[in-house]
Design a protein around this ligand. Structure first.
Ligand code: HEM
Ligand code: MTE
Ligand code: MO
Length: 467
C-alpha cells in the first residue's frame, strides 16, 4: 500500500457525485466507490458518506462490522489520506449542513438523528459564537473563584484524579433549534437552524458540586450567592470571552447532575465540543453549557456576558427591535417541551404500493421533565395515534427509567400506520407531552419572537403519495 498516492481531505471532498466520482475514507485509506454505489445492499444511504469518513456511519449501522464488508471495501482502495487530515477528520464530517463556516455552525441531516439514540460526536450539532480555541491539555488550568477558600486552580489531571468520575446521558438543544420555521412566519435575527440543532450524547467528568465543595462551598454561601458563572477560553477580537451562568441551586444540587465533562461518548471531548473540559448542565438550554471552560465564578450576579444579558431571552410576538428591552425578560434556562419529525422529510414522495408509512422523530423536555407521550397525526391534526417511545439503541434492552426530575435525555419515537386510502397528500404532525403535562403550541405565530428562540410548535411535514 506504500505505493499508493497520498490525498488531502480537500481532494477527497471534491468527489461527492457520480460525475466527479464518489470517494470515502476509512481508517486513513481513500476509496473510490463510484462503481459500488449502485450495488450497495443498503441502498442510497451510502451517498451520505460521499467525500467523507465511513466510520461515524458504520458506528450507526453495525451490519458493517463484518469481514466480508471490509473485503468489498478493500477492492476500491485508491490511496492514503495525509496524516494531518486524518487527525483532524472526525470533527467535521461533510454530511453536516453548514449554517456558517466562521465561526463553525452546523447540524446533521435530520434522518441521521433518529438512526441512533446516542448521536455520534461527528454528527452532533455544532454551535460556536467565536473561533474554536486550541487548548493544550498539558497546560490547561481551570480556576474556581468567589468562594471563601480563595481561588482553586485545577489541572486536567486534577479534575480526572481528585474527583469521582460521573457519567450521564444528556440531550443538548440550542435555543434557536427550528428557528427556520419562525423565519417563514416573519423574518427573525439569527442562524437559520432546521430541526437538528439538538443531539444526545453520554458525558463523563467531575460533578460541579464536588468541585465547588472542594473549593470551599458551604450551605451558608447560598445566603449571598445566587449564580454560578462560566467563562470559556474562546474570545472575540476585543479579547472578551464567551460566558453564561446558571442558578447556584442547580449547580450544587445532588440531583442537578451538572458535570465538568472531559469525555463525550466515551472519548476525549472533540475540539468543536469544548476540549478539554466543558460544563454540561443537563435540562438547560445549550447556551449555558460552556465549552473550553476556563473559569467558574460563584456570584450574587448572573454572568454579565452578552449571551446572558442581551440574547437568549424570549419576547412577545409584538415586540420588535425598536421596542425590545432585554432587561425585562429572564435569561432562558430550562427549555420547553419539544418534538420533531425526522423522517419522512418535508415534500418527500411515498409510493402507494408501500401500503404503510413509518414516521420517526425525537422528543425532549427541559428541566429533567420526562417525555411521556408523542401523538402523531397523518391528517394535519384531525385524528391522532400514539407513537412508540424508545430510550436506548434499537434492539437493545430499554434503559431503566430515570429518577423523577432527572430525565436529561431525549426519547426517539416511531409509528407505522396504514396509508390513508384516498389521500394524495398527507400532512404529518407530531406533538409531545411531558410528565408535567406540558404540551407544544399548535402553530408558530403566537410564539414568534424577534430572535427566533424557543420554536416548539407542532412539527408538520407534507408528503405526496404516488399512485
Ligand atoms: C448494508 C457494504 C457504506 C448503510 C450493507 C451490506 C454491505 C454493505 C455488504 C450488507 C451487509 C450484510 O447484510 O451482511 C457497504 C460498503 C460501504 C457501505 C462497502 C462503503 C464503501 C454505507 C454507508 C451507509 C450504509 C455510508 C449509511 C450512511 C447501510 C445500511 C445497510 C447496509 C442501512 C443495511 C441494509 C438492510 O438492512 O437491508 N452495506 N456499505 N452503508 N449498509 Fe452499507
Ligand atoms: N461555549 C463557548 N465557550 N462558546 C460558545 O460559542 N456556544 C453555546 C454552548 N457553549 C458556546 C458555548 C451554545 S449557544 C450552544 S447551543 C452549545 O454550546 C452548543 O454545543 P455543541 O457545539 O457542543 O453542540
Ligand atoms: Mo445555542
Amino acid at each position: 500500500s506504500s505505493s499508493l498516492p497520498v490525498f488531502s481531505q480537500e481532494e477527497v471532498t471534491k468527489h461527492r457525485s457520480l460525475e466527479d466520482g464518489i470517494w470515502v475514507t476509512y481508517k486513513g485509506g481513500v476509496y473510490d466507490i463510484t462503481e459500488f454505489v449502485a450495488m450497495h445492499p443498503g441502498g442510497d444511504k451510502i451517498m451520505l458518506a460521499a467525500g467523507g469518513a465511513l466510520e461515524p456511519f458504520w458506528a450507526l449501522y453495525a451490519v458493517h462490522n463484518q469481514e466480508h464488508v471490509l473485503e468489498i471495501l478493500s477492492d476500491y482502495k485508491v490511496g492514503e489520506l495525509n496524516l494531518e487530515d486524518l487527525k483532524k477528520q472526525q470533527a467535521r464530517h461533510p454530511v453536516l449542513r453548514i449554517n456558517s463556516l466562521k465561526p463553525f455552525n452546523a447540524e446533521p441531516p435530520p434522518e441521521i438523528l433518529s438512526d441512533s439514540y446516542i448521536t455520534p460526536s461527528a454528527f452532533f450539532f455544532k454551535r460556536n459564537h467565536l473561533p474554536v480555541p486550541q487548548v493544550d491539555p498539558a497546560s490547561y488550568q481551570l480556576h474556581v473563584e468567589g468562594l471563601p477558600g480563595g481561588v482553586l486552580t485545577l489541572s486536567l489531571e486534577d479534575l480526572k484524579t481528585r474527583f469521582p468520575k460521573h457519567t450521564i446521558t444528556a440531550t443538548l438543544q440550542c435555543a434557536g433549534n427550528r428557528r427556520s420555521e419562525m423565519n417563514k412566519v416573519k423574518l427573525v435575527k439569527g442562524l437559520n437552524w432546521g430541526i437538528a440543532a439538538i443531539s444526545n450524547a453520554t458525558w463523563s467528568g467531575a460533578r460541579l458540586r464536588d468541585v465547588l465543595l472542594a473549593a470551599g462551598y458551604k450551605p451558608d454561601v447560598a445566603q449571598w450567592a445566587r449564580h454560578v458563572q462560566f467563562e470559556g477560553l474562546d474570545t472575540d477580537v476585543t479579547g472578551t470571552t464567551y460566558g453564561a451562568s446558571v442558578p447556584l441551586n442547580k449547580a450544587v444540587s445532588e440531583e442537578g447532575d451538572v458535570l465538568l465533562a472531559y469525555e463525550m461518548n466515551g472519548e476525549d471531548i472533540p475540539p468543536d465540543h469544548g476540549f478539554p473540559v466543558r460544563v454540561v448542565v443537563p435540562g438547560t438550554v445549550g447556551a449555558r453549557n460552556v465549552k473550553w471552560l476556563g473559569k467558574i465564578i460563584v456570584s450574587a450576579e448572573e454572568s454579565s456576558s452578552h449571551w446572558q444579558q442581551n440574547d437568549y431571552k424570549g419576547f412577545s410576538p409584538g415586540t420588535d427591535w425598536d421596542t425590545v428591552d432585554f432587561k425585562s425578560a429572564p435569561a432562558i434556562q430550562e427549555l420547553p417541551i419539544q418534538s420533531a419529525i425526522t423522517t419522512p422529510a418535508d415534500s418527500a414522495t411515498i409510493d402507494r404500493s408501500d401500503e404503510t408509512l413509518t414516521v420517526k422523530g425525537y422528543a425532549w423536555s427541559g428541566g429533567g421533565r420526562e417525555v411521556v407521550r408523542v401523538d402523531v397525526s397523518l391528517d394535519g391534526g384531525k385524528t391522532w395515534q400514539v407513537a412508540q417511545l424508545r430510550s436506548s439503541e434499537k434492539g437493545q434492552a430499554p434503559e431503566p427509567s430515570p429518577p423523577p426530575g432527572r430525565a436529561w435525555a431525549w426519547k426517539l419515537w416511531e409509528i407505522t400506520a396504514p396509508l390513508p386510502p384516498d389521500a394524495q397528500e398527507l400532512e404529518i404532525v407530531c406533538k409531545a407531552v411531558d410528565n408535567s403535562y406540558n404540551m407544544q403550541p399548535d402553530t408558530v405565530p403566537p410564539i414568534w419572537n424577534l430572535r427566533g428562540v424557543l420554536s416548539n410548535a407542532w412539527h408538520r411535514v407534507k408528503v405526496k403519495i404516488r399512485e
